[in-house]
Write a new protein. Structure first.
Lengths: 68, 130
């Protein structure tokens, strides 16, 4: 199991970005690039989230499976 | 220029930083990278086919919580679909769009600890892996 310890932002020119600090099963610590959050992505798109009613109206008929 | 929404396809918005964080996990020229790049090109140009979208689970058995997010399996048209892409809908100037949330493997290969596309999407939403 990978445990995410913290989300950090680095400003070094070659490493600039957001990273998850993850502790591997063998004890190693790795930095995994995360990129922007969902909220940031929606904001960058210029749009806004749909309300629950709007989601149901637009996508309520879509199928699902048990995968994720 | 974005494609216009239609009955069949939804305009898709890709953020370079988010896409590269995911697709960049795979080597240049790798099958995964080619699949990701091709899907992005196609969806950015023509939109995402509604018929391919499925609802993500509010509470997945893998611990992911992705209510209101939608996925499709890649590569399109192949016999097996090892990869997935997750989107979240948004309204932009009254028009329905889908915003790219994550790309990656649907299942971890045996022995791999690489996060699945669902885990990556979950982390974008909740700030940590499930």
């Amino acid at each position: 199991m990978i445990a995410c310890v913290q989300i950090i932002t680095l400003n070094e020119p070659e490493l600039k970005g957001t990273y998850a600090v993850e502790r591997q099963a063998d004890g190693r610590i790795v930095l995994d690039p995360v990129g922007p959050s969902e909220d940031e992505l929606i904001a960058r798109s210029g749009g806004r989230r749909l309300t629950a009613d709007e989601l149901e109206r637009e996508f309520g008929d879509l199928p699902s499976d048990d995968e994720g | 220029m974005r494609p216009q929404p239609s009955e069949d396809r939804l305009p898709a918005v890709f953020d370079d930083e988010a896409f590269e964080s995911d697709a960049g996990r795979y080597g240049p020229g790798s099958r995964a990278r080619r699949i990701a790049d091709r899907a992005r090109r196609d969806f950015a140009l023509h939109g995402v086919p509604r018929v391919l979208l499925m609802a993500c689970q509010a509470e997945g058995r893998d611990g992911t919580r992705l209510a209101g997010a939608y996925k499709l399996y890649l590569p399109i048209g192949a016999e097996t679909h090892s990869f997935g892409m997750v989107f979240v809908p948004a309204l932009e100037s009254g028009a329905l769009i889908v915003v790219y949330l994550a790309f990656g493997v649907r299942h971890q290969p045996f022995g791999s600890r690489a996060p699945t596309v669902y885990a990556l999407a979950h982390r974008r939403r909740h700030g940590r892996l499930p």
